[in-house]
Design a binder for this molecule. Structure first.
Ligand code: GRF
Length: 220
């Protein structure tokens, strides 16, 4: 008898966990054939931890405030993550700058979601920055994580129009709806073995992805 081992995914969060919920929902409907092995938050009391509990996923807190340095925290985090034997680490609103030791340890097996059309608007306040710049469109990118903040090779990008009446909040809501579609999709590709990072580039089904990743374009 042969059995297929499910891809083990550890999800890191710092907050509400709507992207985590999208992964849980996709896993529960059978759309996303992975094992959500653990959810780890660096902040106590966040809603994402309750989502993990409700779904029966092992979950824990590693509070960065208890560590003297970024390096010490990241070392402890590696130990905790690796105790769950992940094939893939998914950053889902994990609000920490990562050390090169951490990103190097998970190189090619860690994804992040960033609410902009990378390489535009790395860092924070992306929705307001896109509005202030007078951009006509905005969006979200899933990318492999490298040592450069929000800088690793893109996997998939969803693009939406910026409307004249948009505020940062209304724009964020439309972008988040896309986040909840493209993150399960990217995780599914990885879990199936269709997606990988090689020589700093993303490949899907053996083909190099364009600089923006696979584009889902709702603009225009
Ligand atoms: C999302 O907007 C994501 O793009 C960014 O952090 C936010 C997390 O939201 N990296 P949630 O915790 O998944 O609701």
């Amino acid at each position: 008898m042969t059995s297929t081992k499910l891809c083990r995914v550890v999800v890191l969060i710092s907050g509400g966990g709507t992207n985590l919920q999208a992964l849980i929902d996709a896993q529960q409907t059978g759309e996303l054939p992975v094992q959500l092995a653990a959810v780890i938050s660096n902040r106590p009391g966040v809603k994402g931890l309750q989502r993990a509990a409700d779904a029966g996923i092992p979950h824990g807190i590693l509070d960065h405030k208890a560590y003297a340095s970024r390096e010490h925290f990241d070392e402890a985090l590696i130990q905790l993550i690796d105790s769950h034997k992940p094939d893939l680490v998914v950053l889902a609103g994990f609000m920490r700058i990562l050390t090169p030791a951490f990103t190097g340890h998970y190189l090619g097996r860690m994804l992040n979601i960033h609410p902009s059309l990378l390489p535009k608007y790395q860092g924070l306040h992306t929705h307001q920055r896109a509005i202030d710049a007078g951009d006509s469109c905005h969006g979200v990118t899933v990318h492999f994580v490298t040592a450069e903040l929000d800088g690793g090779p893109a996997v998939v990008q969803a693009k939406v129009n910026i409307l004249a009446e948009d505020t940062a909040d209304t724009l964020a809501q439309r972008v988040q709806a896309q986040e909840h579609i493209i993150y399960p999709l990217a995780v599914k590709w990885f879990a199936k073995g269709d997606l990988l990072m090689e020589n700093g580039l993303s490949l899907l089904n053996g083909e190099l992805l364009p600089h923006c990743g696979h584009l889902i374009d709702h603009s225009g």
